[in-house]
Design a protein around this ligand. Structure first.
Ligand SMILES: Cc1ncc(COP(=O)(O)O)c(C=O)c1O
Ligand SMILES: [Zn+2]
Length: 420
């Protein structure tokens, strides 16, 4: 896709349809069905022409190489460089999990803001453009704030960003640096989200995870598309992913299914495994109970990026996971810190708390017998470790301070078992 062929007027958003009652709605910055209040999602033309593997392979290495499965007609105009992060094989982690092979889908290096939220914002910002909205906004646990601020500023859009008061300083800083309107709200994410639902209508903003949510969510499918292509057009047998609002796991299931239905890949859909912190695990608890709805929780965990007590897509996430034959696991804050260290020490990838949750949950699932020796497992590692340095600061060994003398280094080498 050549950038030079794009024109500002060329992107049009698709109409939407209610996921509950099927009512159709014309393309608009609206995310809720007017008949039943169910969530809307894009409605793709049934007879659209789909590309084959070779056509996809020849395209730019971004998430737009899968544009036929993204909710637009015409060419996108913003954030053309997001997506296609590395899939990294992790043999030492595979060994610890007792599986045949394991990979990290490494969205710690997502462009431009170092988390998978770049994917959903890349879609939402083009929806905002299609609707002629000049202001982008979000309710965020941190990563979405970073992604909206970075992508809005370079598109020349205003940004209004609302976060819980107690976010990690790195998440605040990596938002504030782009000079958006950043507002800290006294309360938890669920309070912030409720506020933003009222703001979207009142100010006519494109709030990416509120009134643009139907479009936004489709960006998460690209993680499934990339995993499939990067494995050489094969499906893994299992995928482990962190859950906050529950959108990512829901859309992973949809993405794998869409590629199978398009004939791009064969085989069984992967079993999906969801990971949450024990201090905020409403989706895990729903899966464990096996019935009823989400019971909202008040978050109490250092994994703030995934601390959503009343997840909007919780019931869909639980269904996606159980339909796939997978399961979900909650881990303590101590376990998630250990998960960050294990990932770093076995793969050279430094993840934020949500990544630690994912690794720790995968290890717990392995211990409980959810994986077998023939499994090929992908762990979705969704945000960079420099965003949550406090999580590991106190558990890492302090570096010694010595004089600039060979003798002192020799003493150190000797004390660590090397030849002095
Ligand atoms: C790093 C990270 N991973 C995973 C998630 C979970 O995403 P979802 O809300 O789609 O479940 C989030 C959400 O904020 C996140 O910040
Ligand atoms: Zn409906």
């Amino acid at each position: 896709m050549a950038v030079s062929t794009l024109s500002a007027a060329s992107v049009r958003a698709l109409p939407q349809r209610c996921r509950i009652c099927g009512t159709e709605a014309e393309a608009a910055p609206v995310a809720i069905c007017e008949r039943c209040l169910g969530p809307l999602e894009p409605l793709y033309p049934a007879a659209r022409l789909l590309p084959d593997r070779a056509t996809i392979k020849a395209r730019e290495p971004s998430l737009w190489r899968y544009r036929e499965w993204l909710p637009f007609e015409g060419a996108p105009v913003h954030s053309l460089d997001t997506g296609f992060t590395p899939l990294v094989e992790a043999p030492r982690l595979a060994h610890r999990l007792g599986v045949a092979r394991a990979w990290i889908k490494n969205d710690t290096v997502s462009h431009p803001s170092l988390s998978f939220k770049d994917r959903v914002v890349a879609i939402a910002i083009n929806a905002a453009h299609a609707f002629g909205l000049g202001t982008l906004g979000c309710a965020s646990t941190g990563n979405l704030a970073n992604a909206v601020a970075a992508q809005a500023v370079r598109a020349g859009l205003e940004a209004w960003i609302f976060v819980p008061e107690d976010l990690e300083p790195e998440k605040i800083l990596a938002t504030a640096v782009y000079a958006p309107h950043l507002v800290r709200i006294r309360g938890h994410y669920d309070d912030v989200n409720r506020l933003c639902a009222q703001l979207a209508d009142r100010f006519g903003w494109g709030i990416v995870n509120v009134n643009l949510r139907g479009y936004y969510g489709e960006g998460s499918k690209t993680m499934a598309f990339e995993i499939t292509e990067q494995l050489g057009w094969r499906l893994p047998t299992a995928v482990v992913a962190p859950m906050a609002g529950g959108s990512l796991v829901t859309k992973l299931r949809k993405g794998f299914r869409e590629f199978r239905e398009a004939g791009l890949v064969e085989g069984d859909d992967p079993r999906l495994y969801g990971a949450q912190a024990a201090g905020c695990a409403p989706i895990v608890r729903l899966i464990e109970r096996g019935e009823g709805g989400i019971v909202p929780e008040v978050p109490a965990t250092i994994a703030r990026s995934i601390a959503i007590g009343n997840p909007a897509d919780g019931p869909f996430a639980a269904k996606a996971i159980t339909d796939s034959g997978g399961w979900a696991e909650a881990v303590t804050d101590e376990e998630l810190v250990e998960g960050i260290r294990i990932l770093a020490e076995t793969t050279g990838i430094f993840a934020e708390t949500a990544g630690g949750v994912t690794v720790a949950a995968a290890l717990a699932l392995a211990t409980r017998g959810h994986f077998g020796p023939n499994d090929e497992v992908v762990l979705c590692i969704t945000g960079h470790g420099l965003k949550t340095t406090e999580a590991v600061r106190d558990v890492l060994a302090e570096a010694p301070v010595i004089a600039a003398r060979v003798k002192e280094v020799a003493a150190l080498v000797g004390s660590r078992g090397g030849a002095p």
